[in-house]
Design a protein around this ligand. Structure first.
Ligand code: NAP
Length: 468
């Protein structure tokens, strides 16, 4: 057992470590160190909580240690085996569990308030009732919302936006009904009202996420991440646990900031994402791609020849590179080009791929030097001075219609000015559109050469051609 003062101090140390973890994670160079800070902080928080409220019976210890072992074991296994492209749905699945935990803790506090020091059954402190009802509402909403997000990202449900009739009116009615129930519960503490809030929030979470299309899903996942943080902070108040309040607030605010950054990078307003109806799935992408204008097609040898003789090549990776896992072959190609005296740089669009930092993580995995990797605003003006833009599995992030076509769903999104380069090489399997489902005018331009094939296979072929 430790005193409450010592525990408060240790929780503060854990909180500082969590902030250092977030700081570290903001850059691939310091991300591993950031992760370590996070793990140490979490270890301190768990041990402090156990020392503070050490149970006296062995059954509780078995449950606690068994729970940590089982949960930690499954989490470690999943984190080790998950494919990079499946990361968004893994995060959605984890958030659903945070939401469910918030519901369970609120229910436990309702039925055993004396264990939480918030009153006795039938006479719970008013403040705790408010925290409990808000915590359970956000938790239940996050639970079903995250499950729908998981199903859409994992392909169990269509990624198309599903437009339910009168959905906005239904959401408003359910939202208002929930506020009334929260108010009624805080004055009566009736367990039936508690469960009514839970059911309503479960329904609302599902209904609000169903109309949102797959293209907006990463924003939704980040938004649900934020909600799960606020739910955790709510539980922290109920449990009187400072570490949980700090962690919840950090997750809540960082998730909200991330959602904002993603919306800005895609030129979408947060409200329009929540209202749903944007984007499509691969079927609509294929439909958008029906266009029989001729394109200039090349082979790996042509690409190798062009780049070998170039002064400067800018590589633009996108979702297709991630799917094909072409990053190692890509680095090999860049190494060979550098040996030939070619300057090689990588241009990263903030929403290339399917989650923030997607490309940075993959390039870091392939040991691409950090000083060759540039953000959009730092490199966009350099395309005009480069001989080749090598676009590997990217599409939307290069689409000039974002600059010119007011009717385009991506109009206003900042894009990489690849067309300013002497030649633009596009590696993709066919003429299909990108995630936003819009055709890319660049494929038909005179200074574009299409390299049709799987990103990894084509890059390996270029590597072979460069070796000769
Ligand atoms: P994209 O526009 O989705 O295009 C990816 C291209 O890769 C496709 O046109 C596809 O064409 C090609 N491809 C797929 N598999 C391939 C393979 N194995 N080998 C070669 N090519 C392959 O991707 P992006 O340019 O990276 O843009 C990202 C999109 O996702 C944006 O619309 C963005 O708004 C959206 N988004 C991103 C985030 C984020 O956080 N990063 C969040 C939300 C939404 P083929 O089928 O013809 O091969």
């Amino acid at each position: 057992m430790i005193s409450a003062d010592i525990a408060a101090l240790l929780y503060l140390v854990a909180g500082v470590l969590f902030i250092m973890a977030l700081r570290g994670l903001s850059n691939p160079r310091s991300a591993q160190q950031g992760n370590r800070f996070g793990m140490i902080g979490m270890g301190i928080a768990i041990l402090t909580t156990l020392a503070l409220a050490a149970p006296s019976d062995w059954v509780s210890w078995v449950l606690i240690i068994g729970g940590i072992g089982l949960g930690g074991g499954i989490g470690a296994y999943m984190a080790r085996t998950v494919k990079m492209t499946d990361m968004p749905q893994l995060v959605a699945a984890f958030h659903s569990l945070v939401g469910l935990a918030a519901v369970f803790v609120a229910a436990a506090a309702l039925y055993a308030p004396e264990a939480f020091g918030i009153g006795i059954p039938g006479d719970i402190h008013a403040q705790a009732l408010v925290e409990m009802s808000i915590g359970v509402a956000i938790g239940a909403f996050t639970f079903t919302g995250s499950i729908i997000a998981f199903a859409k990202l994992n392909g169990n449900m269509s990624g198309k936006p599903i437009i339910l009739p009168a959905r906005h009116a239904i959401h408003i009615v359910l939202g208002v009904a929930m506020l009334v129930l929260v108010w009624a519960f805080t004055v009566s503490a009736d367990p039936w009202l508690f469960w009514a809030i839970t059911v309503l929030a479960l329904v609302l979470g599902g209904l609000m996420i169903i109309p949102i299309g797959g293209a907006d899903m990463p924003v939704v996942v980040s938004m649900l991440n934020s909600y799960s943080g606020w739910a955790a902070a709510g539980i922290g108040f109920t449990l009187g646990n400072t570490a949980l309040i700090i962690t919840g607030a950090l997750v809540g605010s960082s998730g909200a900031i991330l959602s904002y950054i993603m919306c800005k990078a895609m030129n979408r307003s947060f409200i329009s994402v929540i209202l749903g109806g944007f984007g499509g799935d691969s079927a609509s992408s294929a439909a958008a791609a029906e266009d029989d204008r001729p394109v200039k097609q090349g082979a790996a040898e042509d690409a190798a020849f062009l780049m070998k003789n170039a002064g400067k090549v800018i590589i633009v990776p996108g979702y297709g590179m991630a799917v094909a896992q072409a990053q190692h072959a890509l680095r090999e190609m860049a190494d060979l080009l550098k040996k030939e005296g070619v300057t090689v740089k990588y241009a990263i669009h903030p929403v290339a791929g399917r989650m923030p930092g997607h490309m940075n993580v993959l390039l870091a995995e392939a040991n691409v030097p950090y000083d060759e990797v540039f953000e959009l605003e730092d490199i966009n003006s350099e395309f005009a001075q480069s001989d080749v833009a090598f676009v590997i599995g990217a599409n939307d992030v290069t689409n000039p219609s974002a600059k010119t076509d007011k009717t385009s769903p991506i109009y206003g999104m900042p894009v990489l000015n690849v067309e300013d380069a002497g030649t633009v090489l596009f590696i993709k399997r066919g003429m299909a559109a990108g995630y936003a489902g819009v055709q890319n005018e660049l494929f038909y331009r005179d200074n574009t050469m299409m390299l049709f094939g799987d990103a990894k296979k084509m890059t390996e072929d270029i590597v072979k051609a460069l070796g000769h």
